[in-house]
Design a protein around this ligand. Structure first.
Ligand code: ARG
Length: 458
């Protein structure tokens, strides 16, 4: 047992209680942020004359050495310490002696952990953002190459109107734009520095909080209320919320990939690298990665619910309940990172069966709306046109054929207005390319969307 307190205690902590309380097993991953925060704090303490310049320099050098040694594997983070803060301070004092004991002047673990968690979250936001950016690049590559790949668009999972693969995947590109803009909002709002808030009520030392905020890249400067600073985890809840939404998007995408990959649809073939087999059925090739992404969504939602619940009854300021933020958050960080990366790999290697998509779009009356619109353009009221086409669709279903297969006499038997140009009017190409309202799948508007996406990605 190695801890930073004990003076006012008569006897030691119960073994089980000690282990229950310790956080080193999971907060050790914040070693870098802890050291960076301490370097900024010690630098400022020296500049303010709160500790001597010599001590400040010794501490900073010592901390840099600890960081280097952890990173090159020379120093192992021992599980006997209560938390990462205790570990760093103990090793520092061990290495540089007296000066190490001055590091914690004017600081509490409450503002220290608030800082570490913010730095770690900020870094993870940037990491998730760059992963989403890479995924968008892969998606855009597929979009660009499939502006004329026709497929059925669905509502109620029933074939509705023809779209293109580019248009369908463009919907996900848009979701990821919103996800990234949510991350940017959160990052902007959270970027204030809690260091210097002390345990809850600031400190009597003349700290320069602007300086530490600046050293650590917090462009909003120091936080304004020390009680709020040590007990605020809003930014983490917001981030988990953004991660939950990202997972919801990936989960919907997964659901579609799974359907498209099914024996019935065969719109896609997931590459061997992202599929698995069955131990008993030799023919099987399962979309496990997509299924796992869909499955892990629940886990990330759980992290959000968990932290919201942890925070809801906590009186100001810091309470140990807040230590519970870490395991669920880190689990969510790691899983979302992995899911985005795997998604990038999976969609970059997937084989789209353009031929089968197009065939499916042809056999499902996806051009029925366009057939009705044809009549409207020739002066028939839409409601009448709807009825006429509905009857022709019924006839086709009974005779097991497509609208395109009707002879001109058959068209005319329902309405005299039909002419030979009906065939061209309801071809997939016409159905798609005539849809030129902004946001529609028509080739020309999709080209504009692609230009926008390219500019967006820079
Ligand atoms: N491990 C603690 C946490 O994660 C660090 C802060 C401890 N502060 C305290 N007063 N015991 O919240």
């Amino acid at each position: 047992m190695a801890q930073l307190w004990g003076g006012r205690f008569k006897s030691g902590t119960d073994r089980v209680a000690y282990e229950f309380n310790a956080s080193i097993s999971f907060d050790s991953r914040m070693y870098k942020e802890d050291i960076e925060g301490s370097i900024a704090h010690a630098t400022m303490l020296g500049e303010q004359g709160i500790i001597s310049n010599e001590d400040s320099a010794l501490i900073v050098e010592g901390l840099k050495g600890i960081l280097a040694d952890i990173e090159n594997g020379k120093l192992e983070i021992g599980s006997q310490y209560e938390d990462i803060h205790s570990f760093v301070e103990a090793v520092l004092t061990d290495r540089i002696g007296e000066a190490g004991k001055r590091l914690h002047t004017g600081r509490s673990r409450n503002d220290q952990v608030a800082l570490d968690m913010k730095l770690h979250t900020r870094k993870t936001i940037d990491d998730i953002d760059s992963r989403l950016c890479r995924l968008q690049k892969s998606l855009l590559n597929i979009i660009e190459n499939n502006l004329d790949t026709y497929m059925p668009g669905f509502t109620h999972l029933q074939k509705a109107q023809p779209v293109t693969l580019a248009h369908h995947l463009g919907a996900y590109f848009e979701m990821f734009i919103r996800d990234r803009s949510r991350l940017a909002d959160i990052r902007k709002r959270m970027n204030s520095c809690p260091l210097g808030s002390g345990a809850l009520a600031g400190t009597t030392y003349p700290l320069n909080r602007e300086r530490t905020a600046e050293l650590l890249g917090f462009d909003l400067g120091p936080t304004r209320n020390s009680m709020d600073s040590v007990s605020d985890r809003d930014y983490l809840i917001e981030f988990l919320d953004a991660l939950a939404i990202i997972m919801m998007h990936l989960s919907r995408f997964s659901e579609e990939i799974i359907i498209w990959n099914s024996n019935e649809y065969r719109f896609v073939e997931i590459s061997d690298a992202y599929s698995t087999g069955s131990s008993i059925m030799p023919q099987k090739k399962n979309p496990d990665i997509a299924e796992l992404v869909r499955g892990k969504t629940g886990r990330v939602y759980g992290a959000l619910m968990s932290l919201l619940t942890t925070m809801k009854g906590i009186p100001l300021a810091y309470d140990k309940d807040m230590q519970e933020d870490k395991e669920v958050a880190f689990d969510a960080f790691d899983n979302v990172s992995a899911c985005i990366e795997l998604y990038d790999g999976m969609i970059s290697t997937i084989r789209f069966r353009n031929d089968l998509m197009e065939k499916s779009a042809k056999n499902g009356f996806t051009n029925a709306t366009d057939a009705a619109d044809y009549l409207v353009k020739k002066g028939v009221a839409f409601r009448d046109a709807h009825g006429i086409i509905g009857r022709l669709v019924l006839k086709c279903i009974e005779e097991n054929k497509a609208l395109d297969d009707l002879s001109i006499e058959e068209w005319k038997s329902e309405c005299e207005v039909f002419e030979n140009d009906i065939y061209e009017a309801i071809s997939l190409k016409t159905c798609v390319d005539k849809r030129l309202t902004p946001g529609a799948p028509g080739h020309e508007v999709m080209e504009k969307a692609v230009a926008y996406y390219k500019e967006y990605l820079g």
